[in-house]
Design a protein around this ligand. Structure first.
Ligand SMILES: *Cc1c(COP(=O)(O)O)cnc(C)c1O
Length: 445
């Protein structure tokens, strides 16, 4: 593969953009390929190389790169009528109605411009609503680039995970390991009266893919209710992907108080949203007192793209298609891993997948999950499958990033560039694409 154009573009980019990119995960080694265009389930780079794309914009592209006609024409019409106005538009109401109709816990929605903005606003809302200051997050959970959740450490011994964040932010953030019910109980025993909310992804999607163990979400729901705290599901990645239009909360049958959305709900344009029970969401200004505002919020082009994308998914068998391919891919990967690297873990559900380079596995593989770890206690892998972000951190991340990822790229397969972020199947992918991907894994693992 020739990468001359990308190399020279990156050279220019390094002079004018920090690290040569606008989002840190894009700075793949030694330099990223620059995308020229998308093509169905593929992307084409500046040198004309074509890759089977499982990054899908890091999650937003449910339908792939060629948007169906109804989505395209809605976007173009909106853009041609003047991009935005600073006054409300019907399409915002329509998308909010769509979300309320399909997501069980959501009665009202405030749209914003990124997943980060959604989680920032959700945390402020929970604090404003409860009059409490502390929040509980999962160690290694990801909620965007926000001060209150960029923390490291355990329990109440936390500190900011980035320079530039005052330590006073971390003082109000408590952490527990994902899937650790005992830690949840103990943090509430000690701090229950001060906790405004627990904020978690329903499935970790930014630190490996980690499925909840049985009863974990129920524990969060019960404990928060008991202590007068809110449960916030961060469905920025799982929303309208896992569990289809009902989202992960529908799949797991959990009723969170607040849900944050992003990615798919904007149909490929910048978006975030905070949804939930009317009584809570109405605390946002101007209905209530918790300040929330944004020049671009509810942007008509974004709303149209999100609405038509979701309508298209509702009217076609999009989720059947991507979930079936996901199942096939994960099942194929499970076979390859059993043969070539039995210590590795195949993770994922619906249209999310990842092979985690775990260092140990059981001797006997009969009876383990056939298409992605579901944390079944009777599975022989159960003790070995990562239960939380720190477990994923212990995997062979260097091998993944330095040997495996480039080997896949050279075979024309575009994966997320490190061990941690999820990968996605889109509606434009085909069975042949899955076969091609499996051949490449067989070669590269
Ligand atoms: C992507 C993501 C975010 C951040 O969204 P941005 O749009 O990148 O700000 C927050 N939470 C989760 C779970 C995400 O996957």
């Amino acid at each position: 593969m020739n990468h001359e154009q990308s190399r020279s573009l990156y050279d220019r980019a390094l002079s004018v953009m920090p690290g040569g990119v606008n989002s840190s995960v894009r700075a793949t080694r030694p330099y990223p390929f620059f995308v020229d265009s998308g093509d169905g389930g593929h992307v084409v780079d500046a040198d004309g190389n074509k890759y089977l794309d499982f990054v899908m914009g890091y999650g937003p592209l449910l339908l792939g790169h060629d948007l169906p006609k109804q989505v395209q024409s809605a976007i173009q019409q909106r853009a041609s009528e003047g991009p935005m106005y600073g006054a409300p538009t019907e399409v915002e109401v329509e998308l909010a109605e769509f979300v309320s109709r399909h997501v069980p816990s959501v009665e009202m929605t405030r749209f914003v411009n990124s997943g980060t903005e959604a989680t920032v606003s959700a945390v402020r809302l929970a604090r404003g609503y409860t009059g409490r200051e502390k929040i509980v997050v999962m160690q290694c959970g990801y909620h965007g680039a926000q001060e209150s959740t960029l923390v490291e450490g355990k329990g109440d011994d936390t500190s900011p995970s980035s320079p530039g964040i005052p330590s006073s932010f971390a003082e109000h953030t408590l952490t527990v390991p994902f899937n650790d019910k005992a830690a949840v109980h103990s943090v509430f025993e000690e701090h229950g009266d001060d906790i405004a909310a627990v904020l978690t992804e329903p499935i970790l999607g930014n630190y490996g893919i980690v499925h909840p163990v049985e009863g974990f979400h129920e524990t969060l729901r019960d404990v928060t209710e008991e202590h007068g705290a809110l449960l916030i599901f961060d469905e920025v990645i799982t929303g309208f992907r896992v569990g289809g239009l009902k989202c992960a909360q529908g799949k797991f049958d959990i009723d969170p108080d607040i849900t944050t959305f992003g990615k798919i709900v904007g149909g490929g344009f910048p978006v975030g949203a905070i949804g939930g029970k009317a009584e809570i969401i109405e605390q946002f200004t101007p209905a209530g007192d918790v300040f929330q505002s944004g020049t671009f919020s509810g942007h008509p082009v974004t709303m149209a793209a999100g609405l038509e994308t979701l309508r298209y998914a509702a009217e076609h068998d999009v989720y059947d298609h991507v979930n079936t391919l996901g199942e096939q891919l994960r099942a194929g990967l499970t076979d390859i891993v059993a043969d070539q690297a039995p210590e590795y873990t195949v993770a994922g559900t619906d249209s999310m997948f990842k092979v985690l380079f775990t260092r140990e596995g059981p001797d006997d593989q009969t009876g383990h999950c056939e298409a992605g770890c579901k944390q079944r206690p009777d599975c022989p892998r159960y003790e070995y499958c990562p239960k939380n972000g720190s477990d994923v951190k212990q995997t062979e991340t260097e091998r993944w990033e330095r040997l495996f990822w480039p080997a896949m790229k050279e075979q024309g397969i575009f994966l997320t560039a490190n061990q941690f972020e999820s990968q996605f199947i889109c509606n434009a992918h085909t069975e042949e694409d899955i076969e091609k991907a499996l051949d490449a894994y067989k070669e590269a693992l």
